[in-house]
Design a protein around this ligand. Structure first.
Ligand code: SAM
Length: 295
């Protein structure tokens, strides 16, 4: 777990179920995503303009700034502030979005603040009006523009199936309920809106409802290309498009035996090696294979 001191596990929060609530802004024109904060001495020197330049460097600076003093969204978290993922996961997502990117997450917290501050057209699906209030107050305090942020205050398993008019998404972050089969429901109804080339990020791999699904299905489906990971989170680029509903004959990779214990153990060990090193190894292995096959 990263410096937030939060621990792995399900979030046990007081989940008030309420009607969908839409924030002040709906997706529309892209605004400058942040302005110099009231309390932030270093802020002005970090960015090039009043509203920032929308660059990856700026998004990374926002990650650093928010993690320095994160919002207290989840008072029941072990650190008394927030359940959150690794810094590297946020930095990875910062590399995948731009101002105006269409993003969706299940759950809320640091990630919601970041998508907002990065200027994404963002929807957070979380059944907690209290979390929405804390996040909005924090964004106001930090002078992050929330006009492109929308909350849906229903549990994701109720909200997502009805979001038929969502349009195409650029990125989805799945970090809501972590019991079986909730991450699969989020993936099916949410990631089905990802455009071809869009990205889905799963948090909390140590929880079986996440890892079992990823290792038994997604890893075997070459329409999902792994593009980032740690032992805590994993990201895939979608190489297909449209609904994820299909027939079993469209899933030949899912026939036969499930990966055995040895294969699963290798996968866990592989996740410990940074993706860039794995890609480099794969490249040199394929070039030496080519070399060997030459007469
Ligand atoms: C691990 S926390 C999210 C952390 C956040 N992504 C971050 O980076 O700080 C899990 C979140 O899931 C929410 N949650 C729990 N059950 C949910 C459900 N059925 N649908 C959507 N969100 C849910 C909790 O209220 C909490 O905000």
């Amino acid at each position: 777990m990263d410096q937030g001191g939060d621990e792995e596990g399900d979030c046990r929060l007081d989940l008030a179920i309420g009607p969908p609530h839409h924030g002040s802004g709906s997706a529309g024109e892209v605004h400058g995503c942040c302005r110099p904060g009231r309390r932030q001495g270093r802020w002005a020197s970090t960015f090039t303009g009043m509203d920032g330049d929308g660059s990856e460097a700026q998004r990374l600076a926002i990650v650093a700034r928010v993690l320095e003093s994160p919002p207290a969204v989840h008072p029941s978290a072990p650190n008394g502030k927030v359940w959150r993922t690794d810094r590297r996961c946020y930095e990875f997502m910062a590399s995948q979005v731009r101002p105006g990117s269409r993003t969706l997450e299940t759950g809320a917290g640091v990630s919601t603040v970041l998508f907002t501050a990065w200027g994404c057209r963002h929807i957070a699906v979380v059944p907690s009006p209290a979390e929405e209030m804390i996040i909005r107050e924090y964004c106001a305090e930090m002078d992050f523009d929330t006009s492109l942020l929308t909350f849906d205050l229903r549990p994701s398993e109720l909200a997502l199936p009805g979001m038929t008019e969502l349009g195409e998404l650029d990125l989805m972050f799945i970090d809501g309920a972590h019991s079986f089969p909730m991450p699969i429901i989020d993936w099916f109804y949410g990631a089905g809106h990802l455009r071809k080339g869009g990205v889905v990020v799963f948090d909390d791999l140590p929880l079986p409802a996440v890892s079992t699904f990823l290792n038994s299905f997604v890893e075997r489906d070459d329409r999902w290309q792994q593009i980032g990971s740690s032992p805590k989170w994993r990201a895939y680029r979608r190489l297909s498009e449209g609904s994820l509903a299909e027939h079993e004959f469209q899933q030949p990779f899912f026939q036969g035996d499930q990966p055995n214990v040895r294969t699963r153990a290798i996968r866990i060990l592989k996740d410990l090696v940074p993706l860039s090193i794995r890609q480099e190894l794969a490249r040199s292995e394929s070039s030496s294979r080519r070399h060997r096959s030459q007469p």
